[in-house]
Design a protein around this ligand. Structure first.
Ligand code: ADP
Ligand code: ASP
Ligand code: MG
Length: 405
């Protein structure tokens, strides 16, 4: 008997017929003799609609109240999914995060899971029930409802799979698996049969929305096998797993572009020890994630420091840097929200050369200017103008011939 976690994303539970189709998958797996946990997202665009509603009522809603509101989308889905399973004649029970002790830190709207109590789930599984869990949510130590960041239901599913040592975590979504690039932007994108934890981790953290970054971190740490697959057909999808030898032969396995970042430049910082530490210490205190950082030394002992943050954090990051402007003796702070970050990823980069050159050439052929560059062992990222994002992604996809096997 295997333990299977099935996670259904928004489109996969958008209306009654899709909800029933998802319930059918859970019931089939259960009837085949498996123990089954289903994790659900809010239906369709529900989370966006709830957010819109909040901002209609208040321009600057409290994040605690936002979490209370947003978590209801998943709660609704979990009850409806359980009803759908009942209608197919199988026993099932639903839980919201709080009922199964999903405890998180207190960073509202981007909380991280710190603990989970699984006794109640185990008890219901032992009664042969399909357990349905509302994704994306938990409570902090003071019993405030929290959410795990957009796309966070994947993380709820993988966290459960990790803790309960599930045999498989199936992430059902609206595409056939993980592609070489977002198929909505690159028509020639090709579905991958397999991808390593490290590669999808880089792709997801660089904007490939197909899976929540934190879920891959957990999956890698606890060795959870994940399959990303379509809820609309019976394809086997893409397996996310440990790296195997032959993966090194593929130099670039995917490319991605994101418009979720913004760039801040602090101009004319006096160039002396401790300045960068001061700036990034203040930003860290506000829990602002920094991605790329560059510093140019200009003449007369003054340096310019440029870094990127998530767009959502831009105003807080600006406020924070303005607050210490005097202390670091900076002349000016400029923000640019109209950027895109383009990345190519592949574990073969460790052993092959010429990748950066090929990427830069593809961009230069399209007359796309590169504003910032950063690299890791298996990734190269460039900041470019936002308007050129789609063109740039297609250009690098072509340059690396990612459409070919
Ligand atoms: P769900 O609601 O099921 O969680 P998401 O919208 O979060 O679904 O993720 C699926 C979407 O991710 C796809 O519709 C696709 O457009 C997008 N996507 C981005 N990059 C990729 C990629 N490399 N491979 C597959 N899908 C991708
Ligand atoms: N409903 C949440 C969102 O839209 C979480 C999720 O779908 O994973 O971001
Ligand atoms: Mg998602």
């Amino acid at each position: 008997m295997q333990l299977i976690v099935q996670k259904f994303g928004g489109t996969s539970v958008a209306d009654a017929s899709r909800m029933k189709a998802a319930a059918r998958r859970a019931v089939d797996a259960h009837s085949a003799g498996n123990r089954v946990i289903v994790v659900v997202s809010a239906r369709g665009k529900m989370t966006d609609e709830l957010l819109e509603l909040a901002y209609e009522i208040n321009d600057n809603p409290s994040t605690r109240e936002l979490d209370s509101l947003l978590s209801t989308g998943e709660q609704m889905s979990s009850a409806l999914m359980t009803m759908a399973i009942h209608s197919l004649g199988s026993p099932s029970v639903s839980f919201v995060g709080r009922q199964i002790g999903i405890t998180t830190d207190s960073f509202h709207t981007k909380a991280r899971i710190v603990n989970m109590k699984v006794d109640r789930i185990l008890e219901e599984l032992s009664k042969n029930k399909i357990v349905v869990v509302a994704g994306y949510q938990g409570v902090d130590e003071n019993d405030n409802i929290t959410t795990l960041g957009r796309g966070g239901s994947d993380t709820s599913a993988v966290a459960l799979a990790a803790l309960l040592k599930a045999d498989m975590c199936d992430i059902y979504t609206d595409v056939d698996g993980i592609f070489t690039a977002d198929p909505r932007i690159v028509p020639k994108a090709r579905k991958l049969d397999k991808i390593s934890y490290d590669e999808i981790l880089e792709l997801a953290s660089m904007g490939a929305q197909v899976i929540h970054v934190r879920s891959v971190e957990l999956a890698k740490k606890y060795n959870v096998p994940i399959r990303v697959r379509s809820s609309f057909n019976n394809g086997i999808g893409t397996l996310i797993c440990r790296e195997v030898m032959e993966m090194e032969d593929i130099v670039v396995s995917g490319a991605t572009v994101t418009k979720n970042d913004a760039k801040i430049t602090i101009i004319g910082v006096s160039d002396k020890p401790g300045q960068a530490a001061k700036i990034f210490h203040e930003l860290a205190k506000e829990n602002i994630n920094i991605d790329m950082i560059i510093q140019n030394i200009s003449a007369h002992g003054l340096a310019d420091v440029t870094f990127t943050v998530q767009k959502d954090d831009l105003s807080l990051a600006l406020e924070t840097t303005e607050r210490i402007k005097k202390e670091i003796q900076a002349k000016e702070i400029v923000a640019d929200g109209k950027i895109a970050k383009l990345s190519v990823v592949g574990i073969g980069m460790r052993t092959h050369s010429g990748i950066a050159e090929k990427m830069f050439k593809a961009l230069s052929d399209e007359k796309i200017n590169i504003q910032m560059i950063s690299t890791s062992e298996i990734k190269i990222s460039c900041v470019i103008e936002e308007d050129q994002a789609e063109k740039a992604l297609n250009a690098v996809h072509d340059a690396f011939e990612l459409d070919k096997e």
